[in-house]
Design a protein around this ligand. Structure first.
Ligand SMILES: [Zn+2]
Length: 57
């Protein structure tokens, strides 16, 4: 059974392991949402930068 993958660069779905010279990501992620996890990390980084700039001033 083949799984569809998606190119992170051009956004197209592909059956190949890579596209546009990059590794294609699976189009069917597991039950947990890695996107939420990364979003939380991004928020924390952003917040941390804000705090840092505030301290520098
Ligand atoms: Zn591509």
């Amino acid at each position: 059974m083949k799984r569809m993958k998606r190119c992170r660069s051009c956004g197209k779905y592909t059956l190949k392991p890579d596209c546009c010279g990059q590794q294609a990501t699976t189009a069917h992620p597991p039950k947990y949402s890695p996107q939420d996890k990364y979003a939380a990390y991004r928020r924390r980084e952003k917040y941390g930068e804000m705090e840092q700039s505030r301290v520098e001033k």
